[in-house]
Design a protein around this ligand. Sequence first.
Ligand code: R5P
Length: 299
Amino acid sequence: MNIFSGSASKELAKKIAKSLGLKLSPVEIFVFPDGEKRIRIKENVLDKDCVIVQSASIPPDENYMELFIMIDALKRSGAKSIKAVIPYLGYQRQDHIFRDGEAVSLEVIAEILTKVGMTELFSFDLHSPKIPDIFSVPVHHLSALPIFAEKIRKEFDLKDIVLVSPDMGGIRRIKMISEMLGNIPFAAIEKNRDLSTGEITDDGLNGDVKGKIAIIVDDMISTGQTMVEAAELLIEEGASRVFVFATHAVFAKDAGKLLQHSRIERVVVSDTIDVPAYNQFPKLEVLSISETAATALKN
Ligand code: R5P
């Protein structure tokens, strides 16, 4: 197996390669003055199984374009199979039409990936369990939740905590982690987002957090607004402390600053997205999903 990294996921790709007992295979990514890229695979991949690790993190369009071209380069070099590890699948929140006139952007991404030659997809904590159906190739839907559950079990007394979903859409996820921890109690916030402005309002809490340590679990943190507002509400509702666990550290705009200066005590994320130095902050802790990805690639 040959494993390649796109520019967005070098740290994670190195860790996955190490777990597989491999080194990253060389690829030349040359950027022209106008921003276009020229990709050249610098290893013989004829009839080989190839893996590319590339998250569709910020800037998503640029990282996707690089991935499309890398897949094409591998296909033209005669690779037998091309497995794309896209730990954070960008555009996944646009998996259906919310309002008339909209595109289904994730379908566009899926069509391009398969058209250029991706033969399998590996991704983490997809926003909806229906997303794999959009793809015409096998999709391995992996999760950081078992790693989060293990961390929670180690660091907290389970009888002191309540798990919280920051929106009703996250109930399935919160039930899963609750089961992993022996069916511990959970609550959910009724969050509404204005589709034109992106503004968030909450309509209250379903469940009881009084005197408990609230642990919010979500698939991603983008601007951080959801988490910060959820933490405020939980403290108002009597939670003693608030912690956050989220798989994808998208960290748009000033998310880091917002989270650091919030009521949240610690923000635990996974490394599905390499967190650059400028997005790191003292309350942040990153757990690696590299072993999970490596195990899935081996099977
Ligand atoms: C929404 O449904 C997602 O699960 C996240 O809660 C959301 O994308 C987080 O966005 P932000 O950090 O910008 O509030």
